[in-house]
Structures are given as structure tokens and as C-alpha cells.
Design a binder for this molecule. Structure first.
Ligand SMILES: Nc1ccn([C@@H]2O[C@H](COP(=O)(O)OP(=O)(O)OP(=O)(O)O)[C@@H](O)[C@H]2O)c(=O)n1
Ligand SMILES: C[C@](O)(CO)[C@H](O)COP(=O)(O)O
Length: 227
């Protein structure tokens, strides 16, 4: 049987969200976004341990929120100043013997069963990495260094979501390599280490809370999911 580690990264400060309380702690309906994200990985993640990565300044706060909601926070790891460092800290602390490691944004509270299971199944079937993607619905332009822009073929691009899943051995090796500012997600870390990543179907509902208006959108989507 595969040993699975799910890492939920939630150590960001939410600069674009712009509130004093980081976005992952804001309520979506009745529960904080992070609680929904952790709960989804527990329910849909095919077993395994769910570890949450937090800024050390918020570990006490989050533990209190969980206790008063009767929610088990599970293992918590201190994050770093980049998403890459936050993931690395969790891999170093809990990933030594995991066959499959997934990483999910604590700011994606609405991830559903189909997406999580598709990611885990792809890795369990031999993919070194699997990422959920969705088609783009806006037109896309390439912007040059001089500010000029040119339309590009949007069919050649997809938008990437989380959770992203990986074979444990290769993931540990990839996260043993030096940091690059080009790493925007875990698939880019794996690719830099020479591994191919497979695509699975994501979901338009699996949005990342990034700007304040995303809270209202997430609440509407959550209500729709529960109807
Ligand atoms: N040092 C960091 C930075 C980000 N994250 C997490 O990675 C996910 C995706 O990052 P993003 O949406 O960029 O969150 P923030 O970094 O908080 O937002 P911003 O870039 O607007 O500051 C979030 O769940 C965030 O908490 C993390 O664990 N550690
Ligand atoms: C990991 C991610 O959510 C995949 O789309 C995304 O790359 C995070 O980007 P951010 O700039 O840290 O929000």
C-alpha cells in the first residue's frame, strides 16, 4: 500500500489580498478557507497524513481556532519566506518515507473529490508528477520587455491548480536542489530536476483565493456545491 503525505501550504501573508489577517484564515461561509482545504484533503486524499504549513506567528492562532471549532488541526510545520521553502520544510519534517506526496494551497478551499482522486491515481499508476489543469477562458497576450503586446494562441496554454501530486523519491530529490525564483509551483520544481509532469482534469470551482472579491465568489460556489 502507498504511504501518502498531503502537504497543505498556508504560510503566505496574502499581500494581494491586502488584509491584516492572511486570506487563508478568512471565513468561506461558516468555516475558514484553510479548514475547508485541510478537510477536503482528509476526505478525498485516499488516506495518508495531512500536514499543514503555517507561518510560526499564526500557529497559536490557528490551534485556538481549530480547538474552538472542534476541528483537529493535525500535524503543523513552520513555513518559510517562500512557498518553495514552506514545502521543503514539510518534506524534510514528514516526507522521508512517503511513496506519494501531494501539495495543496491552503487558499484553495473548494477542491473536490474528482480532482484530488485523479491526481493521486495518476501518481499511483506511475506518473512522476500530476497536476490538475483547466482551459483558459480569457484571451491571452504575450507582453514584451518594452511593454508591447501580441495575441497568442490560448489553446496552447492551460491554467494550473493544486493539489499537485508526485512520486515521493523524485520529489525529495527535486526539493534537495537549490531554490530558483522561477519556481511558481511544485511541478516547476520537478521539471527543473528533469522529471516530466502529467496533466489531469482540474475544476473551474477549484479557485485560489487571491484578491478580496474571491471570498464572495468562493461563498457562492460553496453554496452551489452544498445545494
Ligand atoms: N511563504 C509562503 C508563501 C505562500 N504559501 C502558501 O502558498 C499558497 C499559494 O500562494 P499565494 O496564493 O501566492 O499566497 P500568498 O503568498 O499568501 O499571497 P500573495 O502572493 O498575494 O502574498 C497559499 O496557500 C500560501 O499560504 C506558503 O505556504 N508559504
Ligand atoms: C501553486 C499555484 O496555485 C498553481 O496555480 C500557483 O502557482 C501559486 O501562485 P502564487 O503566485 O503563489 O499565488
Amino acid at each position: 500500500m502507498n504511504r501518502i503525505l498531503h502537504i497543505v501550504v498556508a504560510a503566505g501573508s496574502g499581500r494581494r489580498f491586502g488584509a491584516e489577517l492572511p486570506k487563508q484564515f478568512h471565513l468561506i461561509g461558516e468555516r475558514p478557507a484553510l479548514m475547508l482545504a485541510v478537510d477536503a484533503m482528509r476526505r478525498f486524499g485516499c488516506g495518508g497524513t495531512v500536514v499543514t504549513v503555517l507561518n510560526p506567528d499564526y500557529i497559536g492562532y490557528w490551534t485556538e481556532v481549530c480547538v474552538s471549532a472542534g476541528f483537529d488541526p493535525g500535524p503543523i510545520v513552520a513555513g518559510g519566506s517562500t512557498r518553495w521553502e514552506s514545502v521543503k520544510n514539510a518534506v524534510d519534517a514528514y516526507g522521508a518515507d512517503a511513496d506519494i506526496i501531494t501539495v495543496h494551497d491552503g487558499a484553495r478551499p473548494l477542491v473536490g473529490r474528482c480532482v484530488v482522486e485523479a491526481v493521486v491515481a495518476a501518481v499511483a499508476s506511475g506518473a512522476k508528477g500530476a497536476v490538475p489543469v483547466v482551459a483558459l477562458s480569457d484571451s491571452i497576450r504575450h507582453v514584451g520587455a518594452d511593454g508591447s503586446s501580441k495575441a497568442v494562441d490560448r489553446a496552447a496554454y492551460v491554467a494550473v491548480q493544486t493539489p499537485q501530486g508526485f512520486s515521493g523519491m523524485e520529489f525529495r530529490q527535486a526539493y534537495g536542489m537549490p531554490y530558483s525564483p522561477a519556481f511558481t509551483d511544485d511541478a516547476s520544481v520537478m521539471e527543473a530536476a528533469g522529471y516530466d509532469v502529467s496533466l489531469v482534469e482540474g475544476s473551474p470551482i477549484n479557485i485560489k483565493v487571491t484578491n478580496p472579491s474571491d471570498i464572495a465568489i468562493a461563498e457562492l460556489l460553496l453554496r452551489q456545491c452544498n445545494d
